[in-house]
Design a protein around this ligand. Structure first.
Ligand SMILES: Nc1nc2c(ncn2[C@@H]2O[C@H](COP(=O)(O)OP(=O)(O)OP(=O)(O)O)[C@@H](O)[C@H]2O)c(=O)[nH]1
Ligand SMILES: [Mg+2]
Ligand SMILES: [Zn+2]
Length: 310
């Protein structure tokens, strides 16, 4: 029997079979996945085969090849890693111009990480209902900036529901990873999209912050119109630890385009003569904030501190 892993509570996995049954399953034997030493061989989003033993217990017997997977390195610097989700179609990055303010550096780092994983991102600007005219103007500018680079942007209010209808068709029948800083309204948005999700807001975030929810249970929440939201507590972005300095340029889409015209093929766009990227920044074809984010990530590479990406 084939199914989709929609919940992982450590030892048990909830599998939704192709004919719609929910089956609590265990893992059979030892899975060894190519090249990954993982604390959890099976993750939410995996398509698996189930077999049932004579006592009626269901076991996951094999995993289908993954289209992608989001991985987190263990904090204790061991070679072990934890797979947060597999087969993710896109990421929804929830940001707020204010209350709290999401920095462009945070957005750009997230986008670069998502590029590295080849996961498309939709940027959701939340809390439009409480923004001043000036803040709304800034929000529109940000939308224009990121749309120009090639990211879909949506302005909405998770609290009032205004604008949420624009999002629905974009997430239908897809597995979307929900991300964003604490307090931006992810749980509120889940409650709008899935009326019976009953996600606790605000008060639970304090628990997250104090590290009570650092256990890595993952769950996919089913959308009424089809598709899933992946809500992984504690994930703030994609790990960028695997990105090589030379690759960084390619994860900033517009910087990459201009870099084709740099004089030197190994140009880092920091000081080199004939750098087409620096020229484009000076001429405002590349936003200064984007270039700053690029430089800050480059600096991390120098200092080798990018393990903290999560
Ligand atoms: N005015 C307004 N408030 C909102 C909106 N969305 C969320 N909030 C409020 O912002 C606070 C934080 O919202 P949550 O949904 O808990 O945020 P979260 O992203 O889930 O936070 P964590 O779970 O800590 O990551 C709550 O008090 C919400 O009521 C919105 O669109 N407008
Ligand atoms: Mg929350
Ligand atoms: Zn250059």
């Amino acid at each position: 029997m084939r199914g989709l892993v929609i919940k992982n509570t450590g030892s048990w996995y909830t599998v939704k079979t192709d004919d719609g049954q929910l089956i609590e399953s265990k893992i059979k034997g030892n899975f060894r996945l190519k090249g990954i030493r993982s604390t959890n061989p099976v993750a939410v989003g995996d398509y698996v085969q189930l077999i049932t033993n004579q006592e009626g217990t269901a076991f996951i017997s094999s995993i289908e090849d993954r289209q992608n997977y989001i991985i987190r390195k263990s904090p204790n610097l061991s070679k072990q890693s934890h797979i947060l989700a597999a087969n993710v179609d896109q990421a929804l990055l929830v940001v707020t111009v204010n209350y709290p303010q999401t920095s462009t550096t945070f957005i750009d780092r997230f986008l670069a990480g998502a590029e590295a994983y080849r996961v498309p991102v939709i940027i959701i600007f939340n809390k439009s209902d409480i923004l001043s005219e000036e803040e709304l103007h800034y929000e529109k500018m940000m939308c224009t900036l990121y749309e120009t680079i090639g990211y879909k942007c949506i302005e909405l209010s998770a609290a009032t529901g205004e604008g949420v209808e624009l999002l629905r068709p974009l997430i239908k029948d897809k597995k979307s990873l929900l991300s964003g800083n604490s307090g931006v309204g992810k749980s509120t948005l889940i409650n709008q999209l899935i009326p019976d999700a009953e996600q606790r807001t605000a008060e639970i975030s304090e628990a997250h912050n104090s590290g009570m929810h650092t256990t890595t249970f993952s769950e996919m929440l089913e959308l009424p119109e089809g598709g899933y939201l992946i809500d992984t507590p504690g994930i703030k972005g994609f790990g960028t630890f695997d990105i090589e300095k030379e690759e960084l340029t390619s994860y900033f889409k517009e910087i990459f385009k201009f870099s084709q015209d740099c004089k030197f093929s190994d140009c880092t766009h920091t000081h080199e003569p004939g750098c087409a990227v620096i020229k484009a920044v000076e001429e405002h074809y590349i936003a200064a904030s984007r270039y700053q984010s690029y430089l800050s990530m480059l600096e991390d590479k120098d200092e080798n501190k990018y393990r903290e990406a999560f």
